[in-house]
Design a protein around this ligand. Sequence first.
Ligand code: UD1
Length: 369
Amino acid sequence: MNKRLKVINVVGARPNFMKIAPLIREMNKRKDHIEHILIHTGQHYDFGLSDNIFKQLEIPEPDINLGVGSCSHAEQTGKIMIEFEKVILQNQPDLIVVVGDVNSTIACALVASKLGVRVAHVEAGLRSFDRTMPEEINRILTDAISDFLFTTEESANENLKREGIPLGKIFFVGNVMIDTLVDCLHKIEDNGLPFDDLKNGEYAVITLHRPSNVDDPEVLGNILEAFHSISKKIKLVIPLHPRTLKNIESFGIKNKIEKIKKNGIITGPIGYLEMLRLNKSARLVITDSGGVQEETTYLGIPCITMRENTERPSTIQMGTNVLVGNDLDALFMNFEKIMSNGYKGGRIPPLWDGKVSERIVEVLFRMMD
Ligand code: UD1
């Protein structure tokens, strides 16, 4: 390649950061051929959800922060588009890289695509087939307008083919988030657990933030009651997402959290490294996050997912994940299985090997020539 490839990398929300970190590192290795800048849309702005994770993952300060903050989906997406268009016009990149499925992902992909700038989507093709999830809409639309679709698992390849995406645009490279996990596992080798009174294998980690679990007072109330019952059998660690905390307060159900505190640690969002230290030594994890389903599969830790569906079926077919939705009986049943060592084992899906960013940058380099 004669001229340097000019790339804009985009992040907006917490789950984007672990995906962009290894890509930036890999692009830095090819500085002679790739120049890149980082744009943070500002979708997440809390220290715990953003700055702290940037520091821990050694992601450089964003070159530009669009500072959009929290608002309705339309407003957030619209604001990002207006601001990102200016960035593209000013910088004239050859390519933008978007990751995951958050509002920032579709907003920036749409702007770039209409300005004739090529779009690479990392973590393409995942489908929950549930269009009530904002992320599902973001995924379908981003994939439809992307030029390079990097997939994490076989189901994603099948989904994209079924949607008529030309085969030449699909690159099965594996899960880039696992690059970060593998890298950070070395960093935390000698560290203990992030909270004093925890013992290896004798606690459960819980994360919950999806609208389907936390936006309805009755649903959230029942889930917290279930966690209280579980806390009688095992210590819980619950780093609360700001959305979940806000709802607990506005629904007037803080008392349910107080009850869990008798045998539980309730905190705000924690850093990536603390979360990894927690997850890797937990007896089990209960979550509604996408990324946590994959991280627990990699770590071999049992994971109960409180969703009706998953866009990451390899975590169920091959990994340690099980879906229970809002069915609290199913939650208890799987919990008991794990506690009595009757739960399934798992294996790591293909190409989740820590070398994914290398493959992605190699493809981009080759294809953009
Ligand atoms: C977003 C993503 C979701 C991802 C999650 C990880 C979309 C549609 N959703 O959901 O896919 O799993 O991030 O965290 O993009 N808030 C703060 N501080 C912040 C950011 C948000 O307090 O820094 C609060 C605000 O009250 C806001 C609410 O959280 O209204 C929701 O934030 P938003 O960015 O809209 O979506 P998330 O639920 O974080």
